[in-house]
Each structure stands twice: as C-alpha cells, then as structure tokens.
Design a protein around this ligand. Structure first.
Ligand SMILES: [Zn+2]
Ligand SMILES: [Zn+2]
Length: 255
C-alpha cells in the first residue's frame, strides 16, 4: 500500500451500493462526471441528515431510475467524513503484457481511476456547481446492490468502493465527491449478466486493440471464438487480478 494516500478503510460495515440504475442501463454507471443527458426526473430521496422538504410534490413517477436526489431543490448534499461503502463496476484497460492496468468507468469518456489516487468528481455539464449536485447526475456513482450493476454494459471488474465528501443518495445508490476502490475482483460479464455473481469468476482475460481487457470464463471464451470474436491475446485471469490489486493496493472481494 505504499503511496496509497489515505485511502479510507472503514472498519465498520457500511451499506452497499454503487451507482444507479439508469446509469447502468447505458453504462453511465460509470460515474462521475457523467453527462447530464439522461437525467431522470426528480424522484428519489435524500437521506442522512438531509431534511426532505416539501416539494415532494415535484416527484413524478418515471420508468427511468432517478440519479437525482429527489425533491429537494437547494438542499445541500450530506457531507460525509466517514466513508460509505457501496458497489461498483468498471471496465478494464491495460497493455498486452498485463501492465498498466487501469479501472475505467463504463460511462463513455469518463476518466480512468488512477491507482493510489483519490478520485474526485467533477461535473461535465455545468461549471456552476460542485459535483455531486442534488439536481444533476454528476458525482462518482456506486449502488446499494450488485443487482443494479447487472445492467452495466461491459463490466470487467466488480468492487466495493469507499465514498466520502459530499454524498447524494438516490433510489439505487449514491453519487459522491470522492471515491476509492477497496475490494476488487474480475468478472466474466456474460456470467455476471446471466447468473449469480459467484459463478462469474473468469479464467482468462482477453486483450483487444486499444488496450481493452475483457475477463471471460472458459466457456464464454469458447462461445466468443465460435462467434468470430477472438482476443488478440489471452492472459491468465489470476495473474491480472493480482496485478490489479497490487496496483490499487486493494483486497480481494469475496463474492
Ligand atoms: Zn452536475
Ligand atoms: Zn462466463
């Protein structure tokens, strides 16, 4: 853990949760500085010390999951000094030799999470507020449950992530000002989409152009090859996850 700044490691259990759903749908799960394009209508709730204010009347039912905090115009997000721990998924990039492994938000154009650096949210749609803003979709996302993440488009890594600073809670998770992963594992996205997480352990990590790394189980690697999708190179998953954990100074995720 050397340079690991002060990566927060809450010892007490905290809840789970990594970003929100809609996000996940199209992979904005990703995070953080997301675009504000598909903002959902205000609908969630803000928790913690936040006092919901009248105005709840603004809520509207929507088939889309809200990333916004709900009702509360002008209501400040909670400021957390003790981290919340929640769920999150990332895509993975790295060199063909397994070097330079980086967690990349699944949201397009979101910045990679650098090893041993606290990740700070920024808003891409407005410079007039700090991320996360209760009425925006910005912030570093994490969800309450793993299931929300099954809608993520190309998850390669599943993890528990610490969130702190300003935190906005919504129906499916949180948007936070600061974050850092705490526990990570690789997942075969095909198994993860279809079944329970325990069966998602990959055997291989396929390397594709542009340094895209895709963990897959034996069975799904065979399926991909039968369908004409072959990685340029195949790395052992056990080696990649170890290097990833070493790089970020995190522990294994036991699910
Ligand atoms: Zn914003
Ligand atoms: Zn699989």
């Amino acid at each position: 853990m050397g340079a690991g700044h002060d990566r927060p490691r809450p010892s007490g259990g905290v809840s789970d949760g990594h970003r929100t759903a809609q996000a996940d749908h199209r992979d904005r799960t990703g995070d953080a500085a997301t675009t504000g394009r598909d903002r959902a209508r205000p609908r969630g709730r803000t928790r913690g010390s936040a006092r919901p204010r009248a105005g709840a009347g603004r809520s509207r039912t929507s088939s889309v999951v809200s990333l916004r905090s709900a009702t509360l115009e002008g209501l400040a997000p909670d400021v957390r000094t003790e981290p919340i721990v929640a769920w999150r998924a990332w895509a993975l990039t790295g060199r063909r030799d397994g070097d330079r492994l980086l967690l990349r938000p699944v949201a397009k154009r979101a910045r990679t999470w650098q090893p041993r650096e606290i990740v700070q949210a920024s808003c891409r749609t407005s410079r007039r507020h700090d991320a996360p803003d209760p009425l925006c979709t910005c912030g570093l996302h994490a969800t309450h449950t793993i299931d929300v993440l099954r809608r993520t488009r190309c998850p390669a890594v599943l993890g528990r992530v610490a969130l702190w600073g300003r935190v906005v809670e919504h129906e499916h998770g949180y948007r936070a000002q600061y974050a850092y992963p705490q526990r990570l594992r690789l997942i075969c996205q095909f198994c993860f989409w279809m079944s329970d997480t325990r069966r998602s352990t990959p055997d291989h990590v396929g390397w594709f152009p542009h340094d895209e790394l895709i963990p897959v189980c034996e069975e799904h690697l065979a399926v991909a090859r039968r369908n004409g999708v072959s990685p340029r190179l195949v790395l052992p998953a056990s080696e990649v996850i170890q290097r990833l954990r070493d790089a970020y100074a995190v522990d294994p995720l036991a699910v």
